[in-house]
Design a protein around this ligand. Structure first.
Ligand SMILES: Nc1ncnc2c1ncn2[C@@H]1O[C@H](COP(=O)(O)OP(=O)(O)OP(=O)(O)O)[C@@H](O)[C@H]1O
Length: 454
């Protein structure tokens, strides 16, 4: 009854307000307020219906029996906070004795139907506290990143790259997860994801290095923001070896600045580039590799030697690069042992895993088989009609469905051009710095020329 009254009041207010033109944010607030009231009104009955209540304590039952009063009702978890968000609500609950976080993750589907929300997900914040994130609509249908999602100064290499299905922003944080692997079949959205990453990195003080074996079609248009680019395996090998020697120079610098002495407090001993004074700190480098399998395939003996040197350089960068501020972002369709020796060793170093739609279970296993087996199923269930949807694993072994905003190549080119002045000059990589030239026309005619008599 109370719910009906509230609904009538809210609808009447909305009907009155409809006559005035209100900005979009007003209707977002209005929707969130409406959803909050609905959740609060239904809360106790939903918790009871979903089996998320606990019986009252014995002492209350005894008191009721002694006072000959009705027995107290089962108790729901206590609401600690209810926060409306742009996409729905966040409800923080304190568990009652005897409850655990799994009860809530198992009941998310029942909660979603009972509260009339599009999706509900749960996570344990800390012991006894569970957070339910509810979204009112399919946030991955048309991704719009919240305006406040931007790289923050406290964590300079943490960039917002996609939206999670619970409405939260998915960040790529190079300092906590230095190296990442992105897999996906053709047309699954890998390039758009990588482009979004470049757009997030472009305004930061970071050097971008690209290896794009698709003859440079993905990364060369963004060349003005790149400090080094390679578009074939031969150049890629030289570039990777130059990066390895740059890494060794950075280690020498860190070593020279360590000032290890018993008199120096621990905090002043530098162990990586972030411990160095800002004036001395080398620019961090993010290395983006598109279609990594192209670097690992070979047909002749010479190509095999080149392949081994490339994989060795990548493994060295993955093993030692973090402290020298070198981060790898590797993209491909498959990345398993069939690509030859060294690949699984390299994959083990790539902590951040993202899988777009894959064609078979073994491809999904390459991303998640060794860290989150249930994410494998989620990755193979992605529909071909929704390019860009991906499953992202996190450091805790958990995973989430995400989708990057649809960044067009034009938008990415404009953003890279706007931030071209930030492109650092790395002397070790100078020979690979792209020069802006107008490409000569392709030697193979791409269209059949019309005959003179046509
Ligand atoms: N996040 C997204 N939102 C909406 N559409 C997307 C998204 N990501 C990709 N797409 C669409 O899917 C199509 C394929 O995307 P993309 O080129 O990134 O795939 P890919 O995996 O790199 O394919 P390939 O390996 O063949 O290059 C694009 O035309 C794009 O319009």
């Amino acid at each position: 009854m109370a719910e009906l009254v509230i609904v009538l009041v809210v609808v009447a207010a909305a009907a009155g307000l409809l006559r005035w033109r209100r900005p979009a944010w007003y209707w977002v607030c209005f929707g969130a307020a409406f959803a909050s009231v609905r959740v609060l009104v239904r809360y106790t009955s939903v918790m009871e219906a979903c089996g998320l209540t606990v019986p009252p304590p014995r002492w209350r039952l005894t008191l009721a029996r002694m006072a000959n009063r009705p027995f107290p009702e089962a108790r729901s978890p206590r609401i600690l906070c209810l926060r409306p968000t742009r996409t729905g609500l966040v409800l923080r609950l304190k568990l009652r004795p005897g409850q655990d976080a799994f009860d809530f993750s198992a009941a998310t589907d029942r909660l979603r139907h009972s509260f009339g929300m599009y999706a509900v997900s749960s996570r344990e914040v800390r012991s006894t506290i569970v957070e339910l994130r509810m979204t009112g609509y399919d946030v991955l249908d048309r991704v719009r990143m919240p305006a406040e999602a931007s790289a923050d100064s406290a964590s300079p290499l943490r960039i917002p790259v996609a939206l999670r299905e619970d409405g939260a922003v998915h960040y790529r944080d190079y300092r906590s997860v230095p190296h990442g692997l992105t897999l996906g079949a053709t047309e699954s959205g890998k390039s758009v994801y990588q482009r979004t990453l470049v757009c997030g990195l472009a305004p930061l003080d970071v050097a971008l290095v690209g290896i794009d074996c698709k003859q440079g079609v993905e990364l060369f248009p963004l060349a003005r923001r790149f400090s080094a680019l390679a578009d074939d395996p031969d150049t890629a090998l030289e570039l990777l070896e130059a990066l390895v020697s740059h890494m060794e120079d950075v280690y020498l610098l860190i070593r020279a600045e360590q000032r290890t002495s018993v008199a120096v407090p621990d905090a002043e001993i530098a162990a990586d580039i972030w411990d160095l004074p800002a004036g001395l700190r080398p620019t961090p480098v993010v290395v983006l590799v598109d279609e990594v399998a192209e670097l690992a395939l070979f047909a002749t003996k010479d190509e095999e030697k080149r392949r081994d040197r490339i994989i060795t350089a990548l493994v060295r960068l993955a093993q030692l690069g973090r402290a020298a501020g070198i981060y790898l972002e590797i993209c491909g369709q498959r990345f398993g042992s069939e690509l030859g020796k060294g690949i699984t060793m390299l994959r083990a170093q790539l902590t951040g895993r993202t899988a777009h739609r894959v064609n078979d279970e073994s491809s999904a296993n390459m991303a998640f088989g060794d860290i989150a087996p249930d994410a494998v199923l989620a990755a193979i269930q992605i529909s071909p009609d929704t390019p860009g949807i991906a499953v992202a694993g996190d450091t805790t072994g958990g995973w989430a469905r995400i989708r990057a905003p649809h960044t067009s190549l034009r938008d990415a080119v404009n953003l890279c051009n706007e931030h071209a002045h930030r492109t650092p000059d790395l002397p070790a990589l100078a020979p690979f710095r792209p020069v802006a030239t107008v490409p000569s026309s392709a030697s193979v005619p791409l269209t059949k020329s019309a005959s003179a008599t046509a």
